[in-house]
Write a protein that binds this ligand. Structure first.
Ligand code: NAP
Length: 251
């Protein structure tokens, strides 16, 4: 009998896969059986090799996700590569840190355009296709700052709160048509995105003291949640923001 977590024969798009959480998600989806289109602005050749080593197909789709512009093309190229599209994981994202009084318009625009605008229009492009076929799985990468305000990251907090809002809004419109839209809120994960925090001795200690699991997460900690939300195991899960945070939000 087929496992409800089995993704054999499914095709996915994952954004921002040359490193970090995106790479780990792409490899987890491939391990569960999916072919994966890797969309991003930096070459994700190593991730593609990893997907192929797992016996799945990989397609590289160069795209800067800081605007609405590439969304339609990304979906077309994924369909051309695999002949189908079942899963979209919107992972690409950036963070800019500064005191709120000094936060620049350039940083605001960069964070909102990538984390919110690019994400929405890729949901829209993939959603059009998925609604047409009557099924699909969209997984947005949110954050603890979809629930909390954070410190010195006003643009990021605004964008990630918006990701939670978009996820619920799309779920409300699309759940009845077989398209599941959910999000994962990673806790503190050791990647380039959090290098500054890991290097700051005081903040690092404060963060670790507050995480019940007592450690930073690894990118691979996010993979299982992505497989769940991409698979039929989550068919009755809609508009949910799934925290994978070592217990941070429960504290
Ligand atoms: P990361 O290591 O910095 O990776 C970010 C990925 O997004 C990279 O592949 C990056 O490509 C890509 N990207 C950024 N801007 C892009 C653009 N305009 N066009 C195309 N690709 C772009 O960060 P991460 O920690 O893995 O973060 C992945 C996601 O998880 C983000 O949405 C982040 O906000 C979220 N998240 C992370 C944490 C954490 O603790 N690490 C916690 C909560 C949420 P380049 O290499 O070209 O920059």
């Amino acid at each position: 009998m087929r496992s409800p977590f089995d993704l054999t024969g499914r095709a996915a798009i994952v954004t921002g896969t040359n490193k970090g959480i995106g790479r780990a998600i792409a490899l987890s989806l491939a391990e569960a059986g999916a072919d994966v289109a890797l969309a991003g602005r930096s070459a994700a050749d190593e991730t593609a090799e990893g997907v192929r080593a797992l016996g799945r197909r990989a397609a590289l789709i160069p795209a800067d996700l800081g605007s609405a512009e590439p969304a339609g093309r990304i979906v077309e190229e994924a369909l051309a590569a695999f002949g189908r599209l079942d899963i979209l994981v919107n992972n690409a994202g950036i963070i800019r840190r500064a005191d709120a009084v000094d936060f620049t318009e350039a940083d605001w625009d960069a964070v909102i355009d990538t984390n919110l605008k690019g994400l929405f229009f890729l949901c829209q492009a993939a959603g059009r296709h998925m609604l047409g076929q009557g099924r699909g799985k969209i997984v947005n990468i949110a954050s603890l700052l979809s629930f909390q305000g954070g410190i010195r990251v006003p643009g990021y907090a605004a964008a990630k709160s918006g990701v939670a809002g978009i996820t619920r809004a799309l779920a409300n419109e699309w759940a009845g048509s077989g398209v599941n839209v959910n999000a994962i809120a990673p806790g503190y994960i050791a990647t380039e995105n959090t290098t500054a925090l890991q290097a700051d001795e005081t903040r690092n200690r404060q963060i670790l003291e507050r995480i019940p699991a007592g450690r930073w997460g690894a990118p691979s900690d996010i993979g299982g949640a992505a497989v769940f939300l991409a698979s039929s195991a989550s068919d009755y899960v809609n508009g949910h923001i799934l925290a994978v945070d070592g217990g941070w939000l429960g504290r």
